[in-house]
Design a protein around this ligand. Structure first.
Ligand SMILES: [Zn+2]
Length: 507
């Protein structure tokens, strides 16, 4: 396990004190916000920012990341869970294990003797995917190389190739005959502390860099780099060669968590789920992706604490989303029985709802724009968000069901879903600028999956509107016999929906 021990209670005790009590109107603390009017008054962008600041502080104290399996993520859990517990929710921290594999820094290949030469990553060499981490400097020993034409290398494929290999050295190996892992594992078994594999050089398509992988099953425990044939051939000819090989990666079985917090009351056979992923990528603190969604649903949960709703409401903060939707998959597909899945009436997903160069996207639940519709009922949830925006004269448009966020497992289970999104690495068009403002030709989120995804990487106006949208959709659906959008119109919370899709402005 990569994980360092939990220390849950110690972390919780100090972090719970940082919650912002003064970010809401005074009356909010003295009543139960069980109507839409009350809840929308009390869910403020200032309240959401308190949680984003807490996530930023956690990242600052933990190497600038909140990636699942790191202290930054665990401390995010310790921040969120106690606040929910104190607010009266039934809270579960669900542990699960996943296989982490991320590059966490540049790879290095340097010649340290007889000359000092720094080679260039992605030009001269690259890290093998699924290489283990390591930072070694040692003499280099070539292993059964076949440099001259026809270069029919079996380098490193047989244990016998390593006869006499000096333990503690770096192995210089040529591609060919067997897979990369066989070569690297044989080297590790022979005592190599690192491996450089160079391309075979037998045909024109086997000279450059090639993006190879050692495979998930790699357990060699040593860093491994891949180089061009040209560089490998050169290195093989240097007497007294000593090199430094560095792979900076987080790799291996890793424990991480989902948080589930549900209302004590409400119909358990009609559960409204509201989720956001809590983890960041390894590159940065993730305060927009997805500190925006996870802070917004937290603030909504806290402000509607104590509300007695018709349906049970279950909030979820997912772990390991950035490693492939692993936490939400685990929860929905592995931890629930079919009977428990059947109790979930619908799922709302909020992943990136404050992009600096935003568009107001709604998941295309009815498939009218992108052709793929969600499970029945997803169309109604899309309609609910459309009405929310339309009521305020705000434009919106559909975004494709792309399975790039935590709704995927719900979709696969036939559970209706919907949600909001303000854009990631996509490029904003002139037409979108005409409607939403912002910068044409830039990404919706210029800091998407980067170190600059900080507290400042947020458009406050859209975060404000979308936090209200989270509050509105959550409480409305919590009290709705699902699906029942017409009641919303009758009660006057929304205008009658017009006959339109796409870029729609009420006025
Ligand atoms: Zn995300």
């Amino acid at each position: 396990m990569n994980k360092i021990g939990l220390g849950l209670l110690a972390g919780a005790a100090t972090l719970a004190l940082t919650s912002g009590a003064s970010a809401q109107p005074a009356q909010c603390a003295n009543r139960i916000n069980d109507t839409l009017r009350e809840l929308l008054e009390c869910v403020t962008v200032e309240g959401v920012r308190v949680h984003q600041q807490a996530f930023q502080d956690i990242a600052d104290a933990n190497g600038d990341v909140r990636f699942s399996g790191t202290e930054g993520f665990d401390n995010s859990v310790f921040y969120v869970a106690p606040l929910l517990e104190a607010a009266g929710y039934d809270v579960t921290i669900q542990s699960f294990e996943y296989f982490a594999n991320v590059k966490s820094g540049p790879a290095i290949l340097d010649q340290t003797a007889p000359a000092q030469v720094e080679y260039i990553e992605n030009l001269d060499f690259q890290k093998f995917r699924q290489s283990d981490a390591g930072d070694v400097t040692a003499p280099v020993t070539g292993v059964d190389l076949a440099l001259t034409d026809p270069a029919t290398s079996t380098s490193g494929c047989e244990v016998a190739d390593f006869a006499g290999f000096p333990s503690g050295n770096i192995a210089l190996i040529q591609r060919g005959t067997c897979d990369f892992l066989t070569k690297v594992q044989n080297a590790a078994d022979a005592g190599a502390v690192g491996v450089i594999v160079f391309n075979q050089g037998d045909t024109p398509d086997r000279v450059g860099l090639d993006g190879g992988t050692l495979g998930r099953e790699n357990q060699s425990g040593i860093p491994a780099l891949f180089t061009t044939f040209t560089l490998g051939e050169e290195l093989a000819g240097i007497a007294g060669l000593e090199m430094r090989v560095v792979v900076d990666a987080v790799r291996g079985p890793t424990e991480t968590f989902n948080i589930l917090a549900e209302t004590p009351g409400g119909d358990p056979d009609s559960v409204v789920m509201v989720g956001a992923h809590l983890d960041s990528v390894i590159e940065g603190p993730g305060i927009q992706d997805n500190g925006s969604g996870s802070a917004a649903i937290l603030e909504v949960a806290l402000q509607m604490a104590g509300a007695e709703t018709r349906n049970k409401v279950r909030f979820a903060w997912w772990g390991a989303e950035e490693s492939g939707l692993i936490g939400s998959d685990f929860y929905v597909l592995d931890s629930l029985t079919q009977a428990e899945r059947d109790q979930i009436a619908l799922y709302l997903n909020f992943d990136m709802i404050g992009s600096p160069n935003y568009v107001r996207f709604i998941y295309d639940g009815d498939g009218s724009t992108f052709g793929l519709q969600g499970p029945p009922g997803s169309d109604l949830i899309e309609g609910l968000f459309e009405r929310f925006y339309a009521r305020q004269g705000l434009a919106f448009e559909a975004t494709e069901i792309s399975f790039r966020s935590d709704y995927a497992a719900f979709f696969d289970s036939g559970i209706p879903f919907g949600g909001l999104f303000t854009g990631a690495e996509g490029i904003k068009s002139q037409a979108e600028v005409a409607i939403y403002g912002g910068v044409a030709g830039d990404q919706y989120d210029p800091c998407y999956h980067l170190a600059c995804d900080t507290f400042d990487n947020i458009a406050l106006d859209i975060l404000d509107v979308n936090s209200d949208a989270v509050a509105f959709s959550t409480l409305f659906l919590a009290n709705t016999r699902i699906p029942n959008l017409n009641a919303l119109e009758r009660r006057g919370y929304i205008p009658p929906i017009a006959e339109r899709r796409g870029n729609y402005l009420v006025r």
